[in-house]
Design a protein around this ligand. Structure first.
Ligand code: XIL
Length: 722
């Protein structure tokens, strides 16, 4: 009793002392009170590879190391013999915790396939003077239902105040009180240790101060004093874009009722902190009220557009240095970019006004303020056709004297973004003499996967891509005015589930930070492995097949192996045979894949085959008119890439699912060539392999080992029509 009482007093004293020591710049190393560094131990992640690693059973249960299941590695902890909901596994974390600091605890949980779905909760027992209290850790993921046969991660946070003993444990709800389960990979992280680290990093805005602004996006909460958010923002960024408040529905949801309040507070804080304020956005098809442009005449719509622009631009005046006047006005798949009007997205503004709504908007913005920069802003501007359409529009505006100062390349990129395409686009826009800003930069590492964690390989690949992009921005710094990241951390980003930012949700710098801070050094130390380019050639035999008919039609054709892996995991593979006649290619594709799944909403994540065709064998870093991507799922779903369905002829397919795999027959019409003996076309084949959760885990290819075949034909192999 006495001992415990002393301990709680000591802990309180220690935390006070530490605060004092830090503020006063003192370092305590001796005396009756041990230094904090010795007192609070660093928590080592637990993997159960060496034993129970500090975990014990809670209640009268068995908790032992097991090889029956493992999240990673070979072992986990198996908990069995439970009779109450609170029975489970527990770890004493007393020695790892500083009071009044927020901690996050995470752990993976599994119930065997034969068992029932079970709901788990992470909780904590806090003992003060022998009197225990029980609290659930907070956060949406601290309680989760686990399906049999699936590892699920639980994460919860807690801030301890006074305690003698603190334990964290896993329990179930009442229904699951007898469930046996496995746990693995537990970790406890303090958020304040992380905070200190933020302050050691070189500010990005200083590194790039002579080249361009470094911005971020958010609202006035970015400026809440003494928060990690504010510290990180002030340290690295000198420009801020309103993430939502200045969008049409934020400014004038109801006709004539302007709501400037939230954005005004943002502007005030931005100015008070000596940063540059960016306005986003005046004209868009999303986050905009329908009254502006739906069920109104052209004249009314023009009136609404002009009034909105005039009022909003005038209100902020020159506190805003640049406005994204029009946002995302172009279609994603553009076939004839020089006719840029034909490439416009069919938005309510376009429907109400016509394709001159853009020039009306830019002109109105200039009238409202002659001194600010006016931007056209869009995503996918690394896509050559979309970029060209925007280029032609801007060129025409410049020639006609329609005011436009800049192109905003949003830059919502991913690991498959081609940096060559980005470079070409920056170069192309620079040719117009306009300024370029990267307005919404992020790089996602995968498709949204609720429970996924950022792997080291993904973190590295992401950082390499950031480094390559910053090399380009630096190279074109005469044209690049600003690079704005869309979100501060993986916690606050709109695409946070795909880890797109430079900092973790705990404000820790990821590899991507170091890549941006010094791209050359980063790439020197972490060179991008050039995917080895093979240039295989295969033969297609002359002949015609009936789709759904006898496979023997392909008997005379050579076998092409589709067994080179473009991702780390080596899953399903296949073989193909190809016939050709004057109108079509006929492909017989056999896939070995015992475990078929089409539960993902993305066709490319379903078990499927793909055929890539580059009829002129042009090997371009983008798709031309003659290029096509054709996908057939084992479930007979046919889908196409960015060039859409063929304009000539018809794609026909037939699928047979058998033991251990499936066979696809597919007929693909030629689009731009009249096939003849001796013709060589660019060609590739791919097998997509989904796991049981509907996530694509493996891609096998014939020739092109990149995952860019859907947008870049450079890596395709060759097919000789023989
Ligand atoms: C996003 C915001 O980040 C989210 O908070 C909001 O819910 C939706 O809009 N392109 C744009 C931005 O131009 O305005 C979008 O911002 C992201 C895509």
């Amino acid at each position: 009793m006495y001992k415990k009482e002393r301990r709680i007093v000591l802990r309180k004293a220690l935390s006070l002392l530490c605060t004092f020591a830090l503020t006063a710049g003192l370092f305590i190393t001796n005396g009756a009170v041990p230094a904090m560094a010795n007192e609070v131990k660093a928590f080592k992640p637990i993997s159960f590879e060496t034993g129970t690693e500090g975990f014990t059973g809670r209640g009268n249960v068995t908790a032992e190391q097991s090889k029956e299941a493992a999240h990673e590695g070979e072992n986990s902890l198996y908990v069995t013999g439970r009779t109450s909901a609170w029975n489970g596994a527990t770890i004493n974390v007393t020695d790892y915790i500083v009071p009044n600091t927020e901690y996050e605890f995470s752990i993976w949980v599994y119930v065997p396939e034969a068992a029932s779905e079970t709901t788990f909760q992470i909780s904590t027992q806090i003992d003060v003077k022998d009197s225990p209290s029980y609290k659930q850790l907070t956060g949406a993921d601290s309680k989760k239902t686990v399906k049999p046969g699936e590892w699920i991660k639980l994460t919860g946070s807690y801030t301890y105040e006074a305690f003698d003993v603190a334990q964290i444990y896993i329990e179930t709800d009442e229904n699951g009180k007898e469930a046996s389960f496995y746990i693995d990979d537990a970790n406890l992280i303090s958020k304040s240790a992380i905070e200190a680290k933020v302050e050691e990093l070189t500010p990005l805005k200083d590194i790039y101060k002579d080249l361009f602004l470094i911005g971020n996006a958010g609202e006035v909460s970015l400026f809440e004093k003494d928060t990690n958010t504010n510290k990180l923002l002030s340290r690295h960024f000198n420009a801020v874009t309103a993430e939502n408040s200045m969008k049409p529905d934020g400014q004038q949801k109801e006709k004539g009722k302007f709501n400037f309040g939230p954005a005004d507070s943002l502007v005030k804080s931005v100015k008070a902190n000596g940063m540059t304020m960016i306005g986003h956005t005046l004209v868009w098809h999303q986050q905009s009220p329908a009254w502006m442009n739906t069920d109104v005449t052209r004249e009314e719509a023009i009136e609404n557009l002009k009034t909105h622009i005039k009022e909003v631009v005038t209100h902020y005046g020159s506190d805003i240095t640049a406005w994204d006047v029009v946002n995302e006005a172009f279609d994603d798949s553009v076939t004839n970019p020089s006719n840029w009007r034909g490439a416009l997205r069919n938005t309510p503004w376009k429907q109400a006004i016509g394709d001159d709504y853009l020039e009306i908007a830019f002109t109105a913005a200039r009238e409202a303020n002659p001194d600010i920069k006016l931007y056209y802003n869009d995503y996918n501007l690394d896509n050559v056709n979309k970029r060209e359409a925007v280029y032609y529009m801007a060129k025409e505006f410049i020639e006609k004297g329609i005011p436009i100062d800049g192109i905003g390349m949003q830059g919502h990129y991913s690991l498959t973004t081609s940096v060559t395409n980005v470079r070409n686009s920056v170069k192309r826009f620079a040719e117009l003499g306009l300024e370029i800003s990267v307005t919404e930069l992020d790089i996602t590492v995968n498709e949204a996967q609720g429970n996924a964690e950022l792997t080291e390989a993904q973190e590295l690949a992401q950082a390499q891509k950031y480094a390559q992009l910053f090399q380009i921005y630096r190279e074109y710094s005469d044209s690049v005015a600003r690079v704005t990241f869309w979100g501060l951390t993986d916690g606050s980003s709109w695409r946070g589930d795909r880890f797109p930012q430079l900092f973790t949700k705990y404000f820790q710098a990821k590899k991507a930070y170091y890549a941006v801070a010094d791209p050359d050094k980063f790439l020197e130390e972490n060179p991008v492995q050039e995917v080895q380019k093979t240039n295989k050639i295969a033969k297609a035999t002359h002949g015609t097949a009936v789709i759904g008919g006898d496979e023997s039609a392909w008997d005379a054709a050579d076998t092409i192996d589709v067994n080179n892996y473009a991702m780390a995991w080596e899953g399903a593979k296949g073989t193909a045979k190809v016939l050709w006649d004057e109108e079509n290619l006929y492909i017989l594709f056999k896939v070995t894949d015992a475990d078929l799944n089409a539960s993902s909403p993305n066709a490319y994540e379903q078990d499927s085959i793909e055929v890539f065709i580059d009829e002129n064998n042009g090997k371009t870093p983008y798709y031309e008119e003659d290029d096509g991507q054709f996908r057939v799922g084992y479930n007979e779903l046919v889908s196409y890439g960015s060039n859409g369905t063929p304009k000539v002829g018809e794609v026909k397919s037939a699928v047979i699912v058998g033991d251990g795999g499936y066979t696809v027959q597919v007929q693909i019409p030629f689009q731009t060539i009249k096939a003849k003996k001796g013709t060589i076309i660019g060609f590739d084949l791919q097998v997509n392999d989904a796991n049981q959760n509907g996530v694509r885990v493996s891609i096998s290819k014939w020739n092109d080992l990149t995952d860019y075949s859907f947008m870049n034909t450079e890596g395709f192999g060759r097919l000789l029509l023989f």
